[in-house]
Design a binder for this molecule. Structure first.
Ligand code: ADP
Length: 331
């Protein structure tokens, strides 16, 4: 058995595979409000995540780190509640921290310690015996690709290596849930790719539930099945990424005659319309059912007395959808 297979050995002896379904939601938050003094960093956040990989996507200052620290029980919510695997984040913070691996955004190594000493130290803090902590430290350091460098001092590591040692430290006690705060922050393209591949492997082959916070849509798209879009402390959109992609697809329409009339009619039919500024309209099926057809749009144009010159399939990129979600006030 190689080190890669041993990373989750203690929890998943059957080997690589999808995360086992969990009886309680992996993460459930309701109406979470968290304040720093008068600053409201989370304003009624609700999240329900039943396992797999969840992206927490939002610009800097959206509240992502605050959310992660709250569900770990490191910050007390002013209102609302949150639970990880059925454990309440206020009353059972210690238990939650034993179940979770946490990779904070900022550097957190201990000066003077080598990679293996630091990782073993984190294992000891998480409750492993000295021998187990050392054994696990070697295993996870090999897994993250620091086999050669594990005896060097962490402060001598490159940025990419420091991110990897933080990931190793988060994995050392074989947690059921991995919480990663901006894990690719400051990495060059190669290191970023390697880090995302490791996280993908953990989520999709090693059976670990992953919550990944990032301001980069690409990171979330690469690793996650689901996403919660946070902005200004509020959830602006959420769902499975493939379903959101379907919702983002629509048609580009050009109207012969009174475009406003067609727009009114389409809105009455529950469709979402956007303009490109050059006379074309982007018609989106807001239901997410993906049932909108070109034929139905031609029929709608005729019924409105505004025949359509053409209807072309258009795929609004996921990025456009997120930008729109960020721009919109929550309902
Ligand atoms: P993100 O992780 O999405 O960048 P944060 O959770 O770090 O967002 O921050 C959310 C908001 O809370 C921001 O406006 C930030 O300035 C503020 N904030 C974060 N930490 C503190 C703190 N310790 N004291 C006061 N304000 C804070």
């Amino acid at each position: 058995m190689n080190a890669e297979d041993r990373v989750t050995q203690e929890r998943d002896p059957a080997g690589p595979g999808a995360p086992a379904p969990s009886p309680a939601p992996v993460l459930a938050a309701r109406g979470l409000v968290v304040r720093y003094g008068r600053k409201e960093a989370l304003r009624g956040v609700g999240v329900s995540f039943h396992g797999g990989s969840l992206g927490l996507l939002g610009p800097n200052g959206a509240g992502k780190s605050t959310f992660l620290r709250t569900i770990l029980g490191l910050l007390q919510p002013d209102r609302g509640s949150a639970a990880v695997l059925g454990r309440d984040c206020v009353r059972e913070g210690l238990r939650i921290r034993a179940l979770c691996g946490y990779m904070p955004e900022s550097d957190c190594h201990v000066p003077g310690l080598s990679g293996v000493e630091f990782t073993a130290y984190c294992g000891r803090i998480s409750g492993l015996s000295s021998a187990d902590a050392r054994r696990r430290a070697h295993e996870v350091l090999v897994y993250v690709g620091l086999e050669e460098e594990r005896y060097r001092k962490v402060e001598e590591y490159s940025r990419g290596m420091r991110q990897k040692v933080k990931l190793a430290a988060a994995l050392v006690h074989d947690p059921a849930v991995l919480l990663l705060d901006e894990p690719t922050s400051g990495l060059d393209p190669q290191a970023r790719h390697e880090t995302l591949e490791l996280i993908r492997d953990l989520a999709h082959r090693k059976g670990m539930h992953v919550v990944l916070s990032s301001h980069l849509l690409k990171d979330v798209e690469t690793v996650c099945d689901e996403v919660v879009v946070l902005a200004e402390g509020q959830v602006r959109a959420s769902g499975r990424i493939d379903a959101l992609k379907k919702m983002a697809s629509g048609f580009v329409v050009r109207v012969d005659g009174d475009a406003e009339r067609f727009v009114r009619r389409a809105a009455e039919a529950g469709l979402t319309i956007e303009r490109d500024g050059r006379g074309a309209l982007l018609v989106l099926d807001g239901s997410g059912a993906g049932a909108l057809t070109a034929r139905a749009l031609f029929a709608l144009g005729r019924a409105a007395g505004t025949p359509l010159r053409h209807v072309l399939p258009a795929e609004e990129s996921l990025e456009d959808l997120f930008l729109r979600a960020l721009a919109e006030e929550p309902r």
